[in-house]
Design a binder for this molecule. Structure first.
Ligand code: FAD
Length: 339
């Protein structure tokens, strides 16, 4: 691919390496960053290029080191108090300058609140386009990123290509890839960590964070066991909560239950919610719509409790219990507590 497309003003051959944004807040790294780093390795293996971790924040040397221990070939760090706490303008300005200066061919960003917030501020000025909410990635022999994401309400998986521009940018849904192992024995040469100039200007810092209110902090994408409720529980969460406690599970929900306001949106599973891959997933009063299944079909053992024997959820379950949740859940909870 050496052509310069008419009017694009760029030469695609000038662009190389796969960048993964490592999202951290006050030293805590969002798990999706490590998931992307692991998946990014598959792309760089095919392309024969470097996997570069990009870290923006304050006091981030440890994060940079961990990125190398998790497989990054190089790390670029922009370390400055201006990046803590997160604000879209300084992040966007810094990221944009680094992209313009160093020209990566692919940029992967976690589809978190932060990633979704600033990715557009990088993609638009670069005329790059941005494929959002991606669930599968690959590259072809020409280095063209195949970014796949659900479309038409989840009925199809669309492959989005960015043929004429670089970088090829995507925000990736958390939880769809598995993070790799950290290898603390990796030898780190100084020359693989590059501190870049901080280019944030006063006009990028006009907003100020006055207060930070932390809501429901549960991260169901990390849960090993999940008890999920749907519209069928009609607002009566108690039987599911007790079952979750007996199982040591996190509570989650279908969109219908979230829309009713019974449970926080951060716990929604599915196409417009989270993708989860627990070892155990108990679906209570959930019909099994495709948009829900999409978020939980990587689970280990699935148990469905539903009073309709024809509910589609049973097609995706390893064990099905046909009955009223208000009777079935307490019986299961009692049995578990007796053990
Ligand atoms: P319902 O479909 O109403 O099912 C309720 C189930 O409870 C039924 O099967 C019923 O038999 C059972 N039930 C009733 N009473 C009892 C009882 N007493 N005991 C046991 N079982 C009982 N949905 C998601 O979940 N996540 C998403 O991310 C998502 N994204 C979407 C994106 C788009 C673009 C669209 C169009 C839709 C999306 N949806 C999503 C909505 C999805 O299509 C379904 O409407 C939703 O999943 C239904 O939720 P539910 O199964 O809880 O409710």
């Amino acid at each position: 691919m050496s052509e310069t497309p008419a009017g694009s003003g760029i030469d695609i051959d000038d662009y190389e390496d796969v960048w993964v944004f490592i999202e951290e807040h006050a030293g805590e790294v969002m798990p999706v960053s490590w998931e992307l780093l692991e998946e990014g390795k598959k792309l760089t293996d095919k392309l024969g290029q470097d996997l570069v971790a990009l870290v923006i924040g304050e006091d981030i040397d440890d994060v940079a080191e961990e990125a190398l221990e998790r497989g990054a070939d190089r790390v670029l760090i922009a370390d400055d108090p201006v990046f803590e706490p997160y604000r879209a303008d300084p992040y966007g300005a810094q990221f944009r300058a680094m992209v313009e200066d160093r020209k990566p061919t692919i940029v992967l960003i976690g589809g978190t609140h932060t990633g979704r917030d600033f990715a557009g501020r990088v993609a638009v000025p670069a005329h790059a386009g941005l494929t959002a909410d991606v669930t599968e990635i690959d590259v072809d022999e020409d280095g063209l990123l195949q970014a796949r994401r659900p479309a038409f309400g989840g009925d199809i998986l669309a492959t989005i290509l960015c043929e004429d521009h670089r970088p090829q940018m995507a925000t990736i849904r958390p939880g769809v890839f598995e993070a790799g192992e950290r290898d603390a024995d990796v030898e780190i040469d100084d020359d693989v960590i590059t501190s870049v100039d901080v280019v944030v200007e006063e006009s990028d810092t006009l907003s100020e964070v006055l207060e930070r209110e932390v809501g429901d902090t549960a991260d169901i994408t990390e849960a090993e066991r999940i008890v999920a409720v749907g519209a069928g529980v009609e607002g009566d969460l108690e039987p599911a909560v007790e079952l979750a406690e007996a199982l040591g599970a996190d509570l989650a929900a279908s969109r219908a239950a979230v829309d009713e306001g019974w449970i926080d949106g951060s716990r929604q599973v599915g196409q417009t919610g989270k993708t989860v891959r627990p070892e155990l997933y108990v679906a209570i009063g959930i019909s099994g719509a495709i948009q829900h299944i999409e978020g939980m079909n990587k689970s280990g053992t699935v148990i469905a409790i539903n009073n309709d024997p024809n509910a589609p959820i049973f097609e995706h379950a390893d064990y099905g219990i046909v009955g009223d949740f208000a009777t079935v859940c307490p019986e299961l909870t009692e049995t578990l507590r007796e053990r």
